[in-house]
Ligand binder design. Structure first.
Ligand SMILES: NC(=O)c1ccc[n+]([C@@H]2O[C@H](COP(=O)([O-])OP(=O)(O)OC[C@H]3O[C@@H](n4cnc5c(N)ncnc54)[C@H](OP(=O)(O)O)[C@@H]3O)[C@@H](O)[C@H]2O)c1
Length: 258
């Protein structure tokens, strides 16, 4: 048993663990000897990532195909992991691979984002965090975004759900640090994932600087104990919002496409 598996093992869950940042978390956790449960919707992608992780790192990998926006998500994930001791829970799924003005999207699309990024995130953190707090060790990572810093046009619901995750994680950090559970609100900037590439489309416009998902996951695991908030790749990762010096009005204008 390593220090890492003693603190955060023997099993971890990556909710949204088949591609992008989630698959990178799966590899980074497996490289540290933690067995992983991977959750996602597309079974072939999920299976391919699970096979690769288990082959490369020799850990046990369990796949749970489900939609985290579905009302039954917690029940299905709880049943699929009832026999496992979960020491690390990463809630990663959360991107929105299209942007539009609020009224240009139907209500079901908004509610699906809220259900996946807020309701299921809260339900699963409650479910998997309770035994960690009772045991006196464990870790929880809620992956959030710079979109949480302030509102902005075309990202109303996405940004609001990311702010929910940020404040939830920070609050749980404050409550659970007395129980030996490390909680991290992981704030990402633009990161090279399939979801971001779907958002940006096939145009020829330069993508600009994108973070590498594996760097992000490694950085997060190295700083699990440095919560409440970690701004991946930032010059001051535990510091204030980069928009903190602006008035709220100027921050919202800065966050809105021109
Ligand atoms: N990429 C960026 O530039 C960026 C920037 C800031 C913040 N973030 C944050 O980083 C996190 C990861 O982002 P990402 O770009 O890697 O894309 P993502 O779409 O959030 O995550 C992809 C993973 O989540 C799974 N997933 C998505 N929706 C799901 C659902 N309803 N039920 C179950 N699994 C689901 C995907 O598999 P399936 O599609 O097969 O379900 C895949 O395994 C998100 O929380 C996002 O808000 C990303």
């Amino acid at each position: 048993m390593t220090t890492m598996t003693a603190a955060y093992g023997p099993w971890g869950i990556v909710a949204g663990g088949s591609d992008g940042v989630g698959a990178a978390f799966a590899r980074a956790m497996a490289a540290r000897g933690i067995n992983v449960v991977l959750v996602a919707r597309r079974v072939p992608v999920l299976k391919e990532t699970a096979d690769t992780v288990s082959l490369e790192y020799g850990v046990q990998v369990r796949t749970v195909p489900l939609d985290l926006a579905a009302p039954v998500a917690l029940a299905e994930l709880a049943a699929a992991t009832a026999d496992l001791e979960i020491g690390l829970f990463v809630y990663n799924a959360g991107s929105d691979d299209s942007t539009a003005d609020f009224l240009d999207r139907g209500l079901p699309a908004h509610l699906s984002l809220v259900r996946r990024n807020c309701v299921t995130a809260l339900e699963t953190v409650h479910h998997f965090g309770a035994p960690m707090a009772a045991r006196g060790h464990g870790g929880v990572v809620l992956v959030t975004s710079g979109a949480a810093w302030a509102g902005g046009a075309t990202r109303a619901t996405y940004g609001a759900t990311k702010a929910f995750g940020l404040v939830l994680a920070e609050s749980l950090w404050a409550e659970w640090r007395g129980h030996g559970v490390d909680v991290l609100a992981l704030v990402l900037g633009r990161t090279d994932t399939p979801s971001l590439r779907r958002l940006l489309g096939d145009g020829d416009a330069p993508l600009g600087a994108l973070a590498d998902p594996q760097d992000v996951a490694e950085e997060a695991l190295a700083h699990l104990g440095d919560g409440p908030t970690w701004i991946a790749g930032g010059p001051d990762p535990t510091g204030a919002s980069p928009l903190g010096a602006l008035s709220r009005r100027d921050a919202v204008i800065a966050m809105s496409p021109r």
